[in-house]
Design a protein around this ligand. Structure first.
Ligand SMILES: Nc1ncnc2c1ncn2[C@@H]1O[C@H](COP(=O)(O)OP(=O)(O)OP(=O)(O)O)[C@@H](O)[C@H]1O
Ligand SMILES: [Mg+2]
Length: 499
């Protein structure tokens, strides 16, 4: 057996030599014919199968996705074993420099106990060829060559290649630079860049660790996210779109936006901050959503205010207009100024899985300061799978903030603060503000005393404020008014969307 292999080895070496000679001395046409015949002989003797994956494919020479995925897979898995490596700058990646094996290098891989060989190669360049192609043939064409024993053909062609491509894409997604997208008004869609979304690099530092919230609640959310992330098969089996909806509610400054950032960091997702008031109608909404990537969190902040320009309110407005006919010129002008016509049903349709066909995992998050006033259709189970309340800062949440801002786990002033937090409704944002050192030399004790002072004065205010509290309930604060785009709660009620 060994002798046979030695003989085959020398036969192969001879064939390789003949190939090399052919490439040098024979004209291209003759060379091709000879190659076909030698290939036939080789196929009889050679027990291995080879598959090549060219870098560029198709008429327009687009970079092949498979090639890129294989390159990424090999970079992470076995390229380190190659002796000669190639360094490339990869766009939109967290590690700007990616090392992959250089041309004519070979590495081995193993799959379910089967050994395989990957080689990076380049076709011989033909200096006489002339092409209009941007990728000059003078450079030769790169490709990966996979070699394996023919008895494993099924395993490799069915399972292994699928595994490599999926893993390669997964690694690229993991290493990508995440983005924060915001939607452009549709008037800008057909302009110079024709882009529906603008983006910046997403680099928010928030994590679940730094999020001030009860530990039990935090863990519940993390478990829910993990279950969702690992639920690909479950969603496929049940025929549901792979999406999950969260409704975050609570007063301003309780950490709704911070939690979204923590979720995005935890899941390694992009964030699409959808400004519904800039979306003209449901068709535009659909176009925008279709352009979101997989592994994305789509956020509609202050949902109560985003839809108040729409749906039923517009219908109501139209009804009034019908009753009181207007100057046609004026009406036309108003028509063009009319902002969003996105309706509740348009939004709900998309939540219900309009893009189920697109695949990929998506999380949809709505935030609001006024959960009681939302339309029940919007928040019924199945649409928003989980309702998460972000509330005032209690002692457990305070301890997280003290650790974040002052790097302390305990202090003799903690019990006093704990008592005060039980009876005062302050937001984590206010606590954080008071914990921040006001000058360079301010020590932990002074910062905590500042907080105590603030809490005590808040407590005094609320003590004489039984009456004030009632008044507060009726009259929205300045902040709430701002959040309602200038409408007070009463105004919003008037539009019929908010109950
Ligand atoms: N639970 C929290 N944990 C950690 N930091 C918080 C928390 N809540 C608020 N903060 C701090 O307060 C700031 C404001 O919080 P954030 O913007 O998340 O509040 P919000 O609930 O989204 O408010 P709004 O309703 O006004 O949008 C954050 O930048 C963060 O520093
Ligand atoms: Mg917010």
């Amino acid at each position: 057996m060994g002798e046979l292999w030695t003989q085959m080895g020398s036969l192969m070496a001879t064939i390789m030599f003949v190939y090399a000679m052919m490439e040098r001395f024979f004209p291209a046409a003759l060379r091709d014919t000879l190659q076909i015949h030698t290939q036939k002989v080789m196929n009889l003797l050679y027990p291995y199968v080879q598959i090549t994956f060219p870098e560029f494919s198709g008429e327009r020479l687009k970079r092949s996705e498979a090639y890129t995925a294989i390159q990424t897979y090999l970079s992470e898995n076995s390229s380190q074993l190659a002796k000669r490596l190639k360094a490339e700058v990869v766009k939109d990646s967290q590690n700007p420099l990616v090392l992959s094996m250089d041309d004519d290098e070979e590495v081995t891989d193993e799959f379910q106990g089967v050994k395989l060989w990957w080689a990076a190669s380049k076709t011989a360049s033909n200096p006489h060829a002339y092409s209009f192609s941007y990728y000059s043939p003078l450079d030769g064409k790169r490709y990966f060559k996979l070699t394996f024993h023919k008895k494993h053909r099924d395993l490799i062609t069915v399972s292994y290649i699928k595994h490599v491509l999926e893993e390669g894409k997964e690694i690229a997604l993991r290493n990508r630079q995440r983005k924060l997208y915001t939607n452009n008004p549709s008037s800008g869609w057909y302009g110079y860049k024709q882009s529906k979304w603008s983006h910046i690099v997403f680099e928010h530092p928030a994590t679940f660790e730094t999020l001030a919230m009860e530990q039990r609640k935090k863990e519940e959310i993390i478990n829910d996210l993990v279950k969702f992330r690992n639920g690909k098969d479950y969603y496929a089996k049940t025929g549901k779109a792979w999406k999950r909806g969260y409704l975050l509610y609570g007063p301003p400054g309780t950490g709704k936006s911070t939690m979204i950032a923590a979720m995005a960091n935890f899941m390694n997702y992009d964030v699409y901050d959808l400004e519904l008031t800039a979306v003209k109608d449901n068709t535009e909404l659909r176009k925008l959503l279709i352009e979101t990537s997989s592994k994305a969190i789509i956020v509609v902040e202050d949902i109560d205010c985003s839809l108040d320009l729409t749906g039923q309110r517009n219908m109501r407005k139209e009804r009034i207009e019908e009753e009181e006919p207007k100057d046609p010129n004026k009406k036309e002008e108003e028509e063009s100024n009319k902002s969003s016509k996105v309706t509740l049903s348009g939004l709900l349709n998309f939540i219900d899985g309009i893009w189920s066909a697109c695949g990929g995992e998506r999380i949809i998050i709505f935030t609001t300061n006024f959960v009681d006033k939302l339309d029940p259709a919007l928040i019924r189970t199945g649409r928003m799978d989980k309702h998460i309340e972000l509330s005032y800062c209690r002692f457990e949440a305070f301890k997280v903030l003290a650790k974040n801002y002052l790097d302390v786990d305990s202090h003799h002033l903690f019990p006093r603060i704990s008592n005060l937090l039980e009876v005062t409704n302050v937001t984590p944002a206010d606590v954080a503000e008071n914990l921040m050192p006001k000058c360079v030399n301010e020590d932990v004790e002074t910062c905590l005393l500042n907080l105590i002072q603030a809490l005590e004065s808040e407590e005094e205010e609320s003590d004489d404020g039984g009456l004030n509290e009632e008044k507060d309930k009726e009259e929205p604060t300045q902040q709430q008014k701002m959040k309602n785009n200038g409408h007070t709660v009463e105004d919003v009620k008037g539009n019929g969307f908010i109950l």
